[in-house]
Design a protein around this ligand. Structure first.
Ligand SMILES: O=C(O)CCC(=O)C(=O)O
Length: 261
């Protein structure tokens, strides 16, 4: 396997042990501003496709699209199709190489069907997201996908930053540990020790968070006056194929660019 080591052995080991890894200051200020610009352009007026807060029915979200705040976006979908800049940033060789190390694969792909969005956590009508694994609605041969989350501004508990449960990706869960929507039941005695270990990850603009699709994570609503923007993408090994006919197979995966290209 020819994988250039951009991450140290300690970073790879940490990711494998806890299920996530933060790289501080990964993207430059220029990159962050350029990607923010694409997001801000697409919000005023709102350019689809989008997921609305009202679509998810999470705590704090407007009940329906017709209610006050019903037109609040939660995600600008299809981020890589929105601009050449985002596609080029998302498929850059450095990220491809790091994903190869984290995945232990020599060929990784960017998924267009999951995440592939800019999260737009807005004041007033944003929702809180309970403990969940992203893999819950995905259909791949193996539950081995990694998401990467680029902070396009500060992310703090006040504006709804992510919290993660270290080691939760490596555990097995019984049906009674989860509710009917596959959210972790924090009050279940087996889950309590895990939830007590929760780590809230505050991010600065340009910080990059990798997390395993089985790592339980949650987030609060935005209690500030400014929208929190984050670019969120997902990758998988090239030989980990989506199940035909599911939404995981709707659009083809993209290759990461090579050093030369
Ligand atoms: O920011 C949030 O509310 C949670 C987002 C999230 O967990 C996800 O996109 O998987």
């Amino acid at each position: 396997m020819s994988v250039k080591s951009l991450l140290s052995a300690e970073q790879v080991e940490e990711f494998q042990r806890v299920g996530f890894l933060v790289l501080r200051g990964f993207a430059s200020e220029e990159e962050v501003q350029a990607i923010r610009g694409v997001a801000e352009d697409a919000m005023h007026p709102l350019v689809g496709p989008v997921e609305y807060e009202a679509d998810v029915h999470y705590p704090g979200a407007p009940e329906s699209r017709e209610d006050e705040g019903g037109n609040t976006s939660r995600r600008l979908l299809h981020a890589v199709a929105r601009s050449r800049l985002i596609r080029s940033w998302a498929t850059q060789p450095r990220i491809g190489q790091m994903l190869k190390q984290l995945m232990g694969s020599d060929d990784v792909r960017l998924c267009q069907n999951h995440h592939n969005c800019i999260m737009t956590k807005q004041p007033t009508y944003s929702s809180a997201t309970h403990w969940h694994q992203d893999v819950r609605y995905w259909s791949f041969a193996r539950p081995e996908l990694i998401s990467f989350w680029l902070a396009l501004g500060q992310e703090t508990p006040e504006n709804g930053s992510l919290s993660l449960l270290p080691g939760s990706h490596a555990r097995r869960y019984k049906p009674e540990h989860l509710d009917e929507h596959k959210f972790l039941k924090p009050e279940h005695p087996d889950n309590q020790p895990l939830v007590e270990q929760a780590v809230t990850v505050s991010l600065e603009p340009g910080d990059l968070l990798f997390f395993d699709c089985r790592t339980f994570h949650s987030a609060g609503s935005n209690q500030t006056n400014e929208t929190k923007l984050s670019l969120v993408l997902t990758a998988h090994a090239a030989d980990n194929l989506p199940t035909p006919g599911t939404r995981s197979s709707y659009l083809p995966a993209l290759r990461f660019r090579s050093e030369e290209g």
